[in-house]
Design a protein around this ligand. Structure first.
Ligand code: PLP
Length: 378
């Protein structure tokens, strides 16, 4: 169709150069295309325990009111989250996944004249949000792969140096996806002190529940000292509710009020709010997720390193494996074995695969087939 070029020219400038987010390959698609069964998906940092039983029960109860619109303000959930974090409900913004609040921030604070900053190997959603707003992205150089503590990690100095008077947002995932690296409270405080006065630091804590390292900051606690901080959290990872789409931001109340103007009135569903409330109370589930993940991280990191692969120490629910060459043949070979992992070329890492921590037997299955897959394309 020749008319296509006309519509492309009509699109908003930020949309013209945009490439849509590429999710991990769906299980059904792999089974259809490759004729495999018993597929193992370790591609999207999903919780291998399945959803918490308490959340499923809450969904069944809440389903009786699906003829009604959700509580657009998410009153009860905000109240509980505020209690949990020791903040006021007015500081919370609910989102259709934390992806939604990351985009809301860009819609609220960016224009084509303004800039946002993030690391070269940051979560790709930041790039999409900034581009869609038509704003300019400044990408900071990461720490080198040879850094002894945080290979490919964020460099706070490099991030600060990218900031100027036009910077409104600085996106930092802590820990970062896909590197699994993290920044200490000292580093985050240093950044908050260094940032230009008009820049907000967006601290994306999607994997916070998994981190037990000393010196890892509770972002929300820093809000008391730094009003220019926005912390985002999600129910998609440790809380195991990725399919429901619910997350939130904690910020200065004025920032929340501004985001509320832009937000769709019913951006979180009745079922998502009910399930999130129930999941919040299920501390045992989070403990189980955390323990399982810590063991799986060791198992995967140790196993991959023993094959001679470089694996930065990760505190998320995934590891990053450096194959030392383009990953396509190995990724393909794994697909033929019925295992989906994640190539991260779109994160500026064409030689790396990101592998989500699964159940012990799932990690074992990956480690068992990987050696022969590594011979592909050699
Ligand atoms: C998975 C992830 C999220 C969560 O996205 P949701 O929209 O809440 O499912 C946010 N940030 C990072 C860095 C992630 O990896």
């Amino acid at each position: 169709m020749t008319s296509q070029s006309r519509f492309s020219a009509l699109a908003a400038p930020g949309v013209r150069g945009l490439h849509p987010y590429q999710p991990g390959k769906p299980i059904e698609e792999l089974e259809r295309e490759y004729g495999v069964s018993d597929t193992l998906k370790l591609a999207s940092n999903e919780n291998p325990l399945g959803p918490p039983a308490a959340a499923l029960a809450a969904i069944r109860d809440a389903a009786a009111t699906l003829n009604l619109y959700p509580d657009g303000a998410g009153h009860l959930l905000k109240l509980r989250l505020a209690e949990r974090h020791g903040v006021a409900p007015e500081q919370i913004t609910l989102g259709n996944g934390s992806n939604d609040v990351l985009v809301l921030l860009a819609e609220t604070f960016l224009t084509p004249e303004l800039e946002a900053v993030y690391d070269r190997h940051a979560f790709v959603v930041y790039a999409l949000a900034v581009q869609e707003a038509g704003a300019t992205a400044r990408m900071a150089v990461s720490l080198p792969a040879t850094d002894p503590a945080q290979p490919l990690g964020h460099d706070p100095h490099a991030l600060a140096e990218c900031c100027g008077p036009l910077t409104r947002l600085v996106y930092v995932a802590n820990p970062n996806n896909p590197t699994g690296t993290w920044l200490s409270e000292t580093a985050i405080r240093w950044m908050l002190d260094e940032l230009p006065p008009d820049a907000l630091l967006v601290l994306d804590e999607a994997y916070a529940e998994y981190v037990s390292e000393g010196g890892y900051p509770d972002g929300v606690a820093l809000l008391a000292d730094y009003p220019n901080l926005v912390v985002t959290r999600t129910f998609s990872k440790a809380f195991a509710l990725a399919g429901l789409r619910i997350g939130y931001a904690v910020s200065h109340p004025e920032v929340a009020e501004l985001m509320n103007r832009v937000r769709q009135p019913f951006n979180t569903s009745t079922l998502a709010q009910a399930a999130a409330l129930a999941a919040l109370e299920d501390r045992e589930f989070i403990d189980r997720s955390r323990t399982l993940n810590a063991e799986g991280l060791q198992q995967l990191t140790g196993g991959l390193r023993s094959m001679g692969l470089g694996v930065p120490p990760s505190v998320g629910n995934f590891v990053l494996a450096d194959l030392g060459r383009p990953v396509a043949p190995v990724y393909e070979a794994l697909l033929r074995e019925g295992i989906i992992v994640r190539p991260v070329g779109n994160y500026g890492l064409p030689n790396h695969l990101r592998i989500t921590v699964g159940l012990p037997e799932q990690n074992e299955r990956l480690l068992a087939v990987l050696p022969r897959c590594l011979e592909s394309g050699l």
